[in-house]
Ligand binder design. Structure first.
Ligand SMILES: Cc1cc2nc3c(=O)[nH]c(=O)nc-3n(C[C@H](O)[C@H](O)[C@H](O)COP(=O)(O)OP(=O)(O)OC[C@H]3O[C@@H](n4cnc5c(N)ncnc54)[C@H](O)[C@@H]3O)c2cc1C
Length: 403
C-alpha cells in the first residue's frame, strides 16, 4: 500500500504550534501563491516594480505592521510570526518578503517621531530606506566617510552612499554619517544616524541617485546616492534624546539592531529554497527521458532528498533563534549562524533545482533562475557569509589581529 506523499511545505513544529500561528502561516501562504507569485513571474523578467496595488493588499493584511506594537496600530507579533510570514512571501518573490521590512525603519526614530510615524508605517503608508554602505565601506561599516557637519538649526550631509535599496520610493532615508573626523584609533566614534524625510518618487533635497544595474532582487531599485550639502534639521539626529553625550551610539545601535534582520534573511533564503524544491518535485514527475520520468532516477530522487533535508535543518534553527529572540534570550552568534547556514543552503538548493530542470532551468520561462539569482544575494547582504563566520568564530576563539 502506498503511503500518501509528504507535503514539502512546512508545518510548525509541535513545540511552537498554536492555532494563531497556523492561521497566520496559512493566510500568508494563500496570499503569496495567489497574489504574489503570478506578479513576480510576470514582472521580474522585465525588471518591473512591485505594483502599488499589491502593496495595498499587503497593507490590508497587516504585513507592514507585524512587529509594530498594537498601541501604534501594528499586529504586535513576534519574530517567530515574522519569520513564518517572510518564508511564505519569499517562496513567491523575495523582493515582496523584503519590502515588509521597510516599515521597520520607523522603529529607529526617536520617541516623538515614532509615535507619529509608526501607525502610518503599520498601514504601509510610511516606508523607509537605509543608507549605510558606501563605495569604500561595505563589511567594514566603521570606515564610513560620509560627513554630517553641524550648522545653525541642523546638520549638512556630504558624501557617497552605495546600495541604498528603495531610496526613490521611500518616505524617508536613514543616513549613517560621521559627526567627527575619521580617527583610525577610534573608528566607531562619531558614527551617527540621521533621518532625511522626503517625498515618494524623489530624493532628499541635496541628494541625487543613480540606479545600480543588479542581476536580481528586481521589483525595486537600488541606488548609489550622492549627498551634496544635504540639510537636515536638528531633530533628524537619531538617538540624541536618549544620550547626547555618547558619540558612538549610532554605531552600536546599527550593530545591535541586526538580530531580527538576520532571522528575516534566513527566512527569505529558506522561502526561496522551498520554492525551488516545490517546483522541482513537480517538474521531475512531468519531465520524461529514457522512457521514464526523471523523478524515477535515483540520482534525481537523492537530489530532492538532500534539498528537502537541508531546508528542514535550517528552518529548525531559524525557529529556535526566532523563539529565543521573542523570549528575551537573543544570541548574536546564533543569529549569525542561521543567516550564514540558510544563505549558503539557499544557493546550493536553488542551483541544484536549476540543474534538475536542465536547459529549461536556464530560461526565464521558469522561476527557478529567479530563485537562484535572488538566493545568491542572501550570501552578500545583511552581512556576507564571511562576516557571519567571523562573528561566530570570534565568539568561539580568542581574538586575533588577522581577522
Ligand atoms: C542588491 C543589494 C542591496 C543592498 N541594499 C542595501 C541597503 O539598502 N542599504 C545598505 O546600507 N546596504 C545595502 N547593501 C549593501 C550590502 O550590505 C553590502 O554589499 C555588504 O555588506 C557587503 O559589502 P561590500 O559589497 O562592500 O563587500 P566587501 O565588504 O568589499 O566584501 C568583499 C568580499 O570580501 C569579504 N570580506 C570583507 N571583509 C572580510 C573579513 N574581515 N574577513 C573575511 N572576508 C572579508 C566579503 O565577505 C566579500 O566576500 C546592498 C547590497 C546589495 C548587493
Amino acid at each position: 500500500m502506498n503511503r500518501p506523499l509528504a507535503d514539502p511545505r512546512p508545518r510548525i513544529p509541535f513545540a511552537y504550534r498554536t492555532d494563531e500561528r497556523e492561521a497566520i502561516q496559512q493566510m500568508a501562504r494563500d496570499f503569496a501563491m495567489r497574489e504574489v507569485l503570478p506578479v513576480a513571474n510576470e514582472l521580474d523578467p522585465k525588471h518591473g516594480l512591485i505594483p502599488d496595488s499589491l502593496r495595498t493588499k499587503m497593507a490590508d493584511l497587516g504585513f507592514f505592521g507585524v512587529l509594530i506594537p498594537e498601541e501604534h496600530g501594528g499586529l504586535g507579533l513576534g519574530v517567530f510570526e515574522y519569520a513564518l510570514i517572510t518564508e511564505e512571501l519569499a517562496r513567491a518573490w523575495m523582493s515582496v518578503a523584503s519590502i515588509i521590512t521597510r516599515s521597520g525603519v520607523a522603529s529607529a526614530l526617536d520617541p516623538t517621531q515614532r509615535a507619529e510615524i509608526l501607525p502610518r508605517a503599520a498601514r504601509g503608508e510610511w516606508l523607509g530606506a537605509f543608507a549605510m554602505s558606501e563605495p569604500g565601506a561595505g563589511s567594514d561599516i566603521a570606515s564610513i566617510r560620509t560627513r554630517a557637519d553641524k550648522v545653525e538649526g541642523g546638520w549638512v550631509i556630504n558624501g557617497q552612499k552605495m546600495w541604498c535599496t528603495f531610496a526613490d520610493q521611500s518616505d524617508g532615508i536613514i543616513v549613517v554619517a560621521r559627526t567627527e573626523p575619521y580617527d583610525p584609533e577610534n573608528r566607531h566614534k562619531g558614527v551617527r544616524r540621521f533621518i532625511a524625510y522626503k517625498n515618494r518618487g524623489e530624493f532628499p533635497k541635496g541628494c541625487t541617485g543613480t540606479a545600480v544595474r543588479k542581476i536580481g532582487y528586481h521589483g525595486w531599485h537600488t541606488f548609489e546616492l550622492s549627498f551634496d550639502d544635504c540639510f537636515v534639521p536638528d531633530d533628524a539626529l537619531l538617538g540624541h534624546e536618549q544620550d547626547p553625550k555618547s558619540p558612538d551610539q549610532g554605531f552600536k545601535r546599527v550593530a545591535t539592531g541586526m538580530l531580527t534582520p538576520r532571522v528575516h534573511t534566513a527566512a527569505r533564503s529558506i522561502g526561496l529554497a522551498r520554492g525551488a524544491l516545490e517546483d522541482s518535485i513537480k517538474y521531475v514527475q512531468e519531465r520524461e527521458q529514457f522512457g521514464h520520468s526523471i523523478g524515477d532516477f535515483q540520482a534525481t530522487r537523492f537530489k530532492i532528498a538532500k534539498m528537502a533535508t537541508e531546508i528542514e535543518t535550517c528552518r529548525a534553527l531559524m525557529y529556535e533563534v526566532a523563539a529565543d529572540i521573542d523570549g528575551g534570550e537573543a544570541s548574536d552568534m546564533r543569529a549569525a549562524m542561521v543567516k550564514y547556514a540558510a544563505a549558503e543552503m539557499s544557493e546550493r538548493v536553488t542551483s541544484e533545482a536549476l540543474q534538475i530542470h536542465g536547459g529549461a532551468g536556464y530560461t526565464t520561462d521558469f522561476p527557478i533562475e529567479r530563485y537562484w539569482r535572488d538566493a545568491r544575494l542572501t550570501k552578500i547582504f545583511e552581512g556576507t557569509s564571511e562576516i557571519m563566520q567571523r562573528l561566530v568564530s570570534d565568539r568561539l576563539l580568542p581574538p586575533t589581529p588577522f581577522r
